[in-house]
Design a binder for this molecule. Structure first.
Ligand code: NAP
Length: 267
């Protein structure tokens, strides 16, 4: 196993305690090729953990401990790590490990310098850095619309509760193999027209964005961001790879959504 933590005092303390308990239960620390990566912090920490191990999704599962508020990827509390370590030790001595698999989004960025491929756990966004983003949006190789606005967000089902939700996109259950396209402040008037609603594409469909103006653009992939001025096109689709989360006890997705966004229900 390995632990990736947020670096604040309570996360460091939780990480140290985890290592202590894990050694006592015979779990082997292996930062190079861990079977399980434990993220200690918040959902943002899980994004870091995912990007550290995204080349090993086939053999690595993730589990999250939240040292702040309850997270979508982090559902164990620091007070429960003894139970978590016991569950991990029991699962390791009696494989296979029980996991749930969530889809991730793959993007291919074609630039004047070549093509790069990336995976995102939450979403990828494209924004016009210095002016309105003007871009053709193609779905399955056919022109769908000419987008004008702040930007476009393409999210995974598990990322649909992140940036996508702030853009009024729908929340998708992570068992769905899909990606969601949401607009950021699109220009809609007598001249310019885009759909306005977010769209959900199934696996094996793809969407391409062709920026019409050559300018500095801001690209985000989860918590990472980069500026580029030579983007030719960006293709997004459901990736072949999936991310696995170790499941030692049930915690239904809709319960997390309710706890995160609704809280106590007043009758
Ligand atoms: P951040 O700006 O420090 O934190 C963004 C917030 O989003 C944190 O509260 C984080 O939870 C939460 N979050 C991350 N993934 C989530 C998910 N799948 N469902 C619900 N909430 C989620 O940035 P960061 O920690 O590096 O995270 C990057 C993420 O922030 C992006 O992937 C994007 O989804 C989100 N974001 C949202 C907006 C927006 O809503 N306007 C703008 C930019 C980025 P924790 O506190 O548990 O870490």
């Amino acid at each position: 196993y390995n632990v990736v933590h947020r670096g604040d005092a309570i996360s460091v303390q939780t990480k140290d305690r985890f290592h202590e308990l894990a050694a006592g239960r015979g779990l082997v620390l292996d930062p190079e090729q861990p079977d399980i990566v434990v993220s200690v912090g918040g959902d943002g920490t899980m994004l870091h953990a995912f990007h550290l191990y995204k080349e090993q999704l086939e053999t690595t599962s993730f589990v999250g401990i939240h040292t702040g508020h309850l997270g979508f990827y982090a559902d164990w509390k620091p007070g429960e790590i003894e139970l978590l370590v016991d569950s991990m030790a029991a699962a390791m001595s009696c494989p296979p490990l029980k996991t749930v698999k969530y889809p991730v989004v793959q993007i291919q960025i074609e630039t004047e310098r070549g093509t790069q491929t990336h995976l995102a756990l939450n979403e990828f966004t494209l924004k016009g850095g210095e002016a309105t983003l003007v871009a053709e949006l193609h779905i399955n190789d056919e022109l769908f619309e000419m987008f004008r606005g702040d930007g476009i967000c393409i999210s995974t089902p598990s990322g649909s509760t992140g940036y996508n939700k702030s853009l009024t996109g729908a929340i998708l259950h992570p068992s769905l193999d899909a990606i969601q396209i949401a607009e950021m402040a699109s220009l809609n008037n007598r001249l310019y027209r885009s759909l306005g609603s977010s769209m959900v594409l199934p696996k094996h469909h793809h969407c391409d964005i062709y920026p019409k103006k050559k300018m500095n653009m801001l690209l985000t992939i989860d918590h990472l961001n980069v500026q580029m001025n030579d983007i030719v096109s960006i293709r997004s689709m459901v990736a072949e790879e999936k991310v696995s989360f170790a499941r030692f006890r049930p915690f239904p997705f809709w319960n997390r959504v309710r706890e995160a966004f609704i809280g106590e229900i007043v009758e």
